[in-house]
Design a protein around this ligand. Structure first.
Ligand SMILES: [Zn+2]
Ligand SMILES: [Zn+2]
Length: 546
């Protein structure tokens, strides 16, 4: 019976911005759409990135018929290696997206194992019982697609990231005709991008950046350093165009920037004449007014090129007075603080820094409210499920859908892990499956759980106290005063009294000599420090019996 249901299972991207991953399931067949990552927030210490929890798929890995990737951004592609480690299924992507996936898979040594199918916007592929039609959408990277997925239960439209830009950098607007055609066939459900659901009006065209760049190039006295994401291919094109107009040479800095640019040029998505591009070494030898460098690191990450430049710890070159730094991107929510810190440091090192509120050097790649309404009108779905966004974005998007006439009972706001089922043309809520975070840090995947991150937070916030006790083996009495070492908890010189009382409390506890001495001392000291300081340092007790 359950075989006649279409099940939609969001594993990432609903209730958060990033790590997008959606599962479509019909009978014994699964189609996965996107495998993204999310960057950690400031307080997730030592975490490199976060991938979706796709435990749901592990028991059903043999049922996965295909993985479709809508476009080449990290929040849609970044977890592909982790997914392919567990699941052996063919990948479907447009040429540029495929190229960027190949760069990623080569680094993980998975290029040979992966089965990659190239599809073009306008084409379709039969993946198990799912007939997937790929339609072009504008976004801040070329070759993005949305999906029309014909299932035995009906036609579902999955927008991917999109905007309705009439003058995109690559002159390739969203495929409005296809959207209209879908509605003619009758659309069971629309799942569409909510990232900008709280932004009224229309998202400006990418073209508005060109005059802003012209102004920067006109007035910059020395080098221009433009920071962006390595996957913002259309921004690379705009920088190249500006460089040509203003007679500067262009250099790409950083591995991912260099590799992505090479791949996009090879595939024809980045149109840059050979004589415009120079290597970094050569760029650094040229007169400052003759070059523009393009690098990553717009999010204030300390280890990125821009982060290192801001602290004077970059290996190849430094900021010099007269440099103009352009941050051509928007801080990902949660990164604002570190981005601002980086901007301040760059100013301090003598650079002029230009960033979004100062000049329109970045526009969003996501639809705003009027575009969302237009998509709803074009597609005319029976049911609507907002995707890609924090809960506030999903709710706003749901309100917009109601405003344009989708029946309220046909709109569902759900978060990761909540299963939706369609049967006989009706939507209902299914069970909940895991849909949380899997942390990836230097040591591996999932070794670090939320509890480890909480411990790191506690260490960073309240510091650490190590207590070592030397006991007489025969009597259990202290041989010498308890030793207390603190780090990041109190300034020792100011805390002599506090630590003296702590030593006395420890001595009393030892003298009382209960069963579990280690635990007793730990609990006593934690309670004591909390009473005195309202802080909860991490306490370690070591006992030597001699
Ligand atoms: Zn995107
Ligand atoms: Zn996205």
């Amino acid at each position: 019976m359950s075989n006649k249901k279409l099940r939609i299972i969001p594993l990432g991207g609903l209730g958060e911005v990033g790590k997008n991953m959606m599962v479509y399931e019909y009978g014994d067949n699964i189609l996965v759409v996107d495998t993204g990552i999310m960057f950690p927030e400031n307080d997730m210490l030592g975490i490199d990135y976060i991938i979706p929890d796709f435990n749901y798929l592990l028991d059903k890995r043999h049922l996965v018929r295909g993985i479709v990737i809508t476009h080449g951004h990290e929040d849609h592609t970044g977890a592909i290696r982790h997914v392919l480690d567990e699941i052996n299924a063919p990948i479907y992507a447009t040429p540029l997206t495929r190229g960027l996936l190949e760069v990623k898979l080569a680094r993980g040594g998975l290029r040979e194992k992966a089965v990659l199918n190239t599809v073009q916007a306008g084409e379709q592929a039969q993946i198990g019982p799912f007939r997937v039609e790929f339609f072009h959408v504008c976004h801040s990277i070329p070759d993005g697609v949305g999906l029309g997925i014909t299932t035995p239960a009906g036609l579902v439209i999955h927008s991917g990231d999109y905007k309705f830009d009439h003058t995109p950098v690559d002159n390739w607007p969203t495929d409005y005709a296809k959207l209209g055609e879908f509605s003619g066939r009758g659309v069971l459900a629309l799942l569409s991008d909510s990232t900008n659901a709280d932004k009224p009006g229309w998202t400006p065209s990418e073209r508005v950046i060109d005059p802003a760049f012209d102004q920067v190039f006109d007035s910059a006295p020395g080098r221009i350093i433009i920071a962006s994401f390595a996957s913002l291919i259309s921004r690379m094109q705009q920088v190249a165009n500006a460089a040509r107009r203003h007679g500067r040479k262009m250099a790409f800095v950083g591995t991912s920037m260099v590799e992505n640019a090479r791949m996009a040029r090879k595939l024809g998505y980045l149109n840059i004449q050979d004589d415009l591009v120079v290597g970094v070494e050569q760029a650094l030898k040229m007169k400052p007014g003759e070059v523009v460098l393009m690098s990553t690191g717009t999010q204030g990450e300390p280890s990125s090129i821009m982060g290192r430049l801001s602290t004077g710890t970059n290996r190849h070159f430094d900021i010099i007075p007269g440099d103009t730094v352009v941050l051509s991107s928007h801080p990902i929510p949660g990164n604002e603080e570190s981005v601002h810190r980086t901007i301040n440091r760059l100013f301090r090192r003598g650079a002029n820094v230009i960033y979004e509120p100062i000049a329109p050097v970045h526009v969003s790649g996501h639809a705003s409210q009027e575009e969302m309404k237009l998509l709803l009108h074009l597609v005319k779905p029976k049911y609507f499920i907002p995707i890609h966004g924090e809960l506030r974005h999903l709710r706003q998007h749901a309100l917009l859908a109601a405003e344009v006439g989708i029946a309220e009972e046909n709109i569902t706001v759900i978060e990761n892990g909540q299963v939706i089922e369609f049967e006989g043309g009706r939507m209902s809520l299914g069970e909940r499956v895991p849909g949380g975070y899997v942390f990836v840090d230097g040591s591996g995947v999932g070794d670090v759980g939320p509890s480890v991150v909480r411990e790191r937070e506690a260490l960073a916030r309240d510091g650490i106290v190590v207590i070592s006790l030397m006991l007489e083996k025969s009597t259990g009495c202290l041989r010498e005063e308890p030793e207390i070492i603190t780090r990041g908890f109190v300034y020792k010189r100011d805390a002599e009294d506090l630590l003296a009382i702590a030593r006395r409390r420890i001595t009393e506890t030892v003298t009382r000599g209960n069963g579990n001495l280690q635990n007793d001392v730990e609990q006593t000291i934690k309670a004591f420090f909390y009473n005195e300081t309202k802080r909860r340092p991490t306490v370690f007790v070591t006992i030597n019996r001699v």
